[in-house]
Write a protein that binds this ligand. Structure first.
Ligand SMILES: Nc1nc2c(ncn2[C@@H]2O[C@H](COP(=O)(O)OP(=O)(O)OP(=O)(O)O)[C@@H](O)[C@H]2O)c(=O)[nH]1
Length: 310
């Protein structure tokens, strides 16, 4: 073997799956190093496939962030599951996340069983949130993951404990994922962090701000659509302003009231927070015009779902 020969350049797609709240988005952010996927302590806030891209001299790792696989209860749930399964059969590596501070449960088993059906894709198990578990807990957790693989017929290429919050083992995970990618050229220009359209990123950030502090039932009822987005005309080049007009959809009158808050106070706060987040991501001052609208029972209505981009 020729020792001086450089390692081949690798490129490909990886996706994190796991039950709601398993830490998928936080891990995507930790790997990409900027806020491109939405995190929240409310389950199932990730609705759109947002990709983050890790650029290295020897590789390009493209992360596809999917909603959690779960047993569908509504039409939206079914569409999401279809979307997830299509995505997963097309990526090179799937990393299944199991939070180390929680026992493996039926939800995890459901996901790993689904994984077993996707033959072509390599599978990695990630024990997430290790900063919240004792070394003994982590050890047991890793054994449980191994056993679950054996029982379901999933052959883990790696089992890795990480903490995205503490930054523990994140770069090891990156190396392992890269090692599982096929040889290939750079697929995206350097500097690209995500190819999700800016409208989708903005909508996700607005949705995240809108969900902050809400009860558990509401998150499923909230959707955001950016109707218009563009640089305001007639501004000096060094003082750009990005105009964003967005609608926040809820299913019922009562939810609209909650969203808006007394005298519009809550909506103003949501708008300010979302604007700051969008400015930080896009690097441009933003004028955000945000309205709350009712789309009755949109989760069960195919026409409404299409309109809302599902
Ligand atoms: N302590 C700790 N908390 C974490 C870590 N990773 C994620 N979290 C927290 O766990 C919660 C869920 O994290 P997310 O990254 O949004 O989880 P997700 O799997 O993308 O969630 P869904 O979008 O609901 O599927 C958030 O409150 C995170 O801050 C970690 O390594 N350590």
């Amino acid at each position: 073997m020729n020792e001086s020969r450089q390692a081949p350049h690798r490129s490909g797609f990886a996706s994190f799956v796991g039950r709601p709240n398993a830490g998928k988005s936080t891990l995507t952010n930790a790997l990409v190093g900027t806020k491109v996927a939405i995190t929240s302590d409310k389950p199932q806030t990730t609705r759109t496939v947002v990709r983050g891209i890790v650029h290295r001299d020897d590789a390009q790792l493209i992360l596809v962030d999917t909603p959690g696989l779960h047993r569908p209860r509504t039409l939206l749930g079914e569409r999401l599951n279809d979307l997830v399964k299509t995505t997963l059969s097309e990526v090179d590596v799937v990393a299944v996340c199991f939070p180390a501070n929680e026992k493996i449960g039926p939800g995890d088993r459901f996901i790993v069983n689904e994984m077993a059906k996707i033959k072509r894709t390599k599978k990695v198990a990630v024990a997430t949130k290790t900063d919240l578990a004792t070394p003994e807990q982590i050890g047991r957790h890793l054994l449980d993951i191994q056993r679950l693989g054996g029982e379901t017929g999933v052959d883990w290429a790696e089992i890795v404990p990480v903490s995205a919050k503490a930054g523990d083992q994140v770069s090891l995970l990156e190396d392992l994922l890269v090692g599982l990618l096929p040889e290939g050229p750079q697929l995206y220009p350097e500097g690209d962090l995500t190819d999700a359209p800016e409208e989708i990123l903005a909508a996700e950030l607005i949705r995240e701000a809108a969900l902050d502090g809400l009860r558990d039932e509401l998150p499923h009822s909230v959707a955001v659509v950016v109707e218009e987005m563009g640089l305001r005309e007639g501004r000096p080049e060094d003082k750009p302003l990005l105009d964003i007009h967005a609608n926040l959809y809820v299913e019922r009158d009562s939810q609209k009231g909650i969203m808006i808050g007394p005298k519009g106070a809550r909506l103003r706060k949501v708008g300010t927070e979302a604007r700051k987040q969008i400015e930080a991501l896009l690097g441009t001052p933003v004028y955000l015009d945000l309205h709350v609208k009712i789309a009755k029972d949109w989760q069960r209505d195919p026409r409404q779902l299409r309109k809302l981009g599902f």
